[in-house]
Design a protein around this ligand. Sequence first.
Ligand SMILES: [Zn+2]
Length: 305
Amino acid sequence: MTACSAAGSYRGRFAPTPSGPLHLGSLLTALASYLDARRNDGRWLLRIDDLDRPRCVPDADTQILRQLEAHALYWDEAPRYQSQHLAEYESALARLAAQGRLYACRCTRAALAASAWPGPDGPVYPGTCRTLQLPFKDQALRVSVADGLLHIDDRIQGQLQRDAATELGDFVVRRRDGIIGYHLACAVDEAAQGITDVVRGADLIGATFAQTVLQQALALPMPRYAHVPVLVDASGHKLSKQNHATPLDTAKAGANLWQCLRWLQQAPPAALRGAAPAELLDWGVAHWRADALRERHRQTVEAGP
Ligand SMILES: [Zn+2]
């Protein structure tokens, strides 16, 4: 149990993009968030991240739900489809605009590549268009990020910080094609679903910093965060759909869960090898220790690169 989570009040979530079936890397983060929620007597919600219509694959959402069921990862409440909540995101954009926090950016891809500098979480936009007062129509919209230090007290990674201006920069909240930016949608959704705890991959730490900026600007509650190490292949690359990671074989659900439990430092007993998914999950919930990952992270940090 986390000290600050009263039994039953915990609400966690898993938010896949329906751009294809789940792979082992996405199962890992689903499992970590599920175990943390159940261990804390909490609810585990699903959100289908389907705003980027060109990336979405028809019926991939159904396929993902079936894959989760095959791994006995059953969710509470109806999944939230982001595409059904556009008015909420537009309303958040309007509130940011009313605060004078939004501006249009006309930079081309090439201009961005030439002007952005590398940050810890990706390229940092230097604010080229911030003072130009361009009309919003048919342009990307960015949020002005105030100077200063941003902090996250991560349950696994410990204290994290970024310099807002030099390490995060003004980020896109609505794309030129009108699609709502991931950070804005995610910040609005966490509040709308009453999420208290976000457990997701460490590749999203930069996204979390951006989302905390929006949570503050929009006066939204800030969930607790735990970023788990992402699954990498033998050559050290993150498993992802972009890297053509193999879709999960649901016929091997038990073996998949076993592998993910081990990656999460949960050391299931040998007797459970080959057990059914529900049995592995029961063991996982009863023995879940997020701090095992924290210890491992500390060891990694102390050992250095
Ligand atoms: Zn620009």
